[in-house]
Design a protein around this ligand. Structure first.
Ligand SMILES: [Zn+2]
Length: 43
């Protein structure tokens, strides 16, 4: 899966904010799969 291409942070910065709904849904999905998210987060 091209995870890096699926990132759609509402903040729209160079890196994902890690706190908006989009980021949290993404992080929750990775946690559920037991995977590490390859992209960087602001926090
Ligand atoms: Zn975000």
């Amino acid at each position: 899966m091209p995870w890096k291409l699926t990132w759609s942070c509402y903040a729209g910065g160079h890196i994902a904010c890690g706190v908006c709904d989009s980021c949290r849904l993404r992080l929750a999905a990775f946690a559920e799969l037991g995977l590490a998210d390859p992209i960087a987060y602001a926090r």
